[in-house]
Design a protein around this ligand. Structure first.
Ligand SMILES: [Zn+2]
Length: 60
């Protein structure tokens, strides 16, 4: 089951976030943002996303 990291919002299939190594994950998230080029995406800049990947828009 995929979960979203509360710290950096990335969606991960693992038990810890693969970006920040944090374990504050939530399975209660909504929205999906796929970032391919963080530098070229206004949305990614706004959300302060630095790496490509799948991100949750909202985490409860
Ligand atoms: Zn994280």
């Amino acid at each position: 089951m995929s979960r979203a990291c509360r710290n950096c919002k990335v969606i991960t299939e693992e038990t810890a976030c693969h970006l920040c190594k944090g374990t504050d994950l939530s399975d209660d998230y909504s929205g999906l943002l796929v970032v391919l080029e963080p530098e070229g995406s206004q949305m990614a800049q706004t959300m302060e996303i630095k790496k490509e990947g799948r991100y949750a828009l909202k985490i409860r």
